[in-house]
Design a protein around this ligand. Structure first.
Ligand code: HEC
Length: 401
């Protein structure tokens, strides 16, 4: 019953997280689009910075951006902040439901480090907090004015964090906590910098005072940082579906590559929006993706099924292996106290079920060591190789049929 309730909690919070995340990032993309596409020259009233006509959903829209606060201030001013706050809050709750609640399985991999669940959880939370503190300090330092150097150092620090976490936490927990750290930076930018800056602007306008333009500039910088983080964070949030990324021996390097691709593509969009043509960014991103495909190729030495038949286990032996290492969770009747229903609906009780899921099993157990979860059953590399050879032979024998 408990597992059932947790599943529905997971479902509800994940749903909310997605909805608020889409609303937040959608608004962020939309305002960057506006900024880039405002008409800034043609027949503008002097108080305007720009305007824009658009058609959407069967209607014409007309929008104006003011250089300074309008006088008088409008009665109804729309703010965009709850999307950000609720995305962060739901994200942290989800982290709790999925990772902290079953920390010994999701956060810890004894092959990586023998740590206790509270230590793993504390490290996760510490990463999010420290990430924000360091980032915020860097933003307030002279470095913030040197955009490219800032980006470079920021990227190096994120990569170093990914490396550090991958040496202590389970691979999937390391990934998600880099995502959580970047997401925390984004939400904290909204909460601690952007919204307070806007409040100061509104207050000054209400009192008829001048405000320091640096406040607005500062908020814009943070907003731009958030914009570059969106694509990398979005990937990390779905990375769990791709064992060849977080399950790679150099998972941190793969993540660094994907972050570069995400930020690079975002940069291409931003340049394009500003009417600047760029020819190399997209091809470079594609090239980097291809090198990641190569870097993450399966490397577990497999046994050639044709060459050494003796080394290939029988169907019964393979099923025995799945029984020992998988069926506590992946079964119609799991014995695990945590998973009372087979995770992802994947049951491996029968030979035909194992055959039908051969490539999935290979991806998670042989090409990477993502399964068994947290290597809770202590599956050895030699066993993985044998299972891999057996799975390969399944492939060749089906191909021959
Ligand atoms: C302690 C429980 C547990 C054990 C033992 C376990 N798994 Fe899993 N498995 C899970 C969970 C939980 C997931 C879902 C992970 C996620 O949310 O990404 C999963 C996901 C999978 C998937 C991905 C399914 C899909 O549709 O994406 C495969 C394949 C898989 N496991 C194979 C195995 C194999 C093979 C073994 C044994 C060698 C094994 N697992 C042992 C808990 C377990």
């Amino acid at each position: 019953m408990e597992a059932h309730i947790i599943e529905w909690l997971n479902l509800s919070v994940r749903w909310i997280h997605m909805i608020t995340g889409i609303a937040w990032i959608g608004a962020s993309f939309y305002f960057i689009f506006l900024e880039n596409n405002l008409n800034r020259r043609h027949r503008l009233r002097p108080e305007l910075a720009g305007n824009l006509w658009a058609i959407h959903g069967g209607g014409f829209y007309y929008l104006e951006k003011y250089k300074l606060a309008p006088k008088p201030l409008p009665e109804h001013l729309h703010w965009f902040k709850w999307e950000a706050y609720f995305t962060w809050i739901s994200g942290v709750v989800l982290l709790g439901i999925v990772y902290y609640y079953n920390a010994s399985l999701y956060m810890i991999d004894s092959a990586v480090a023998e740590i206790s669940a509270p230590v793993a959880i504390a490290l996760g939370i510490f990463t999010m907090l420290l990430g924000w503190l360091i980032y915020d300090l860097l933003c307030k330092s002279a470095l913030a004015r040197k955009q490219w150097l800032f980006a470079l150092i920021g990227f190096a620090l994120v990569t170093a964090s990914a490396y550090g976490l991958s040496q202590i936490l389970s691979a999937r927990a390391a990934y998600i906590h880099i995502g959580a750290m970047l997401g925390t930076i984004m939400a904290a930018n909204v909460f601690f910098v952007i919204i307070p800056a806007q409040k100061a602007m509104v207050k000054a306008a209400t009192l008829g005072e001048e405000y320091n333009p640096e406040i607005g500039q500062n908020a814009l910088t943070r907003s731009i940082h958030n914009n570059y983080l969106t694509l990398p964070v979005l990937f990390i949030m779905i990375s769990n579906h791709f064992p060849s990324t977080f399950g790679n021996t150099n998972s941190w390097l793969v993540l660094a590559g994907l972050i570069l691709v995400g930020a690079g593509v975002r940069h291409w969009f931003n340049l394009r929006g500003q009417g600047k043509k760029n020819f190399w960014l997209l091809p470079a991103a594609v090239l980097l993706m291809l090198s990641l495909v190569y870097l993450t190729r399966p490397i577990m030495p497999t046994i050639d099924p044709a060459a050494s038949n003796a080394a290939v286990i029988s169907d019964a032996e393979a099923m025995e292996m799945l029984n020992i290492h998988c069926q506590s969770c992946h079964s119609a009747t799991p014995t695990s106290s945590i998973f009372t229903v087979a995770p992802k609906g994947l049951a491996l009780d029968t030979l035909s079920q194992a055959k039908a899921n051969a490539s999935l099993i290979k991806a998670q157990t042989v090409n990477t060591k993502v399964m068994p979860l947290g290597n809770s059953t202590q599956m050895q590399d030699s066993q993985r190789q044998l299972l891999g050879a057996w799975l390969d032979r399944l492939n060749t024998s089906t191909a021959g049929q």
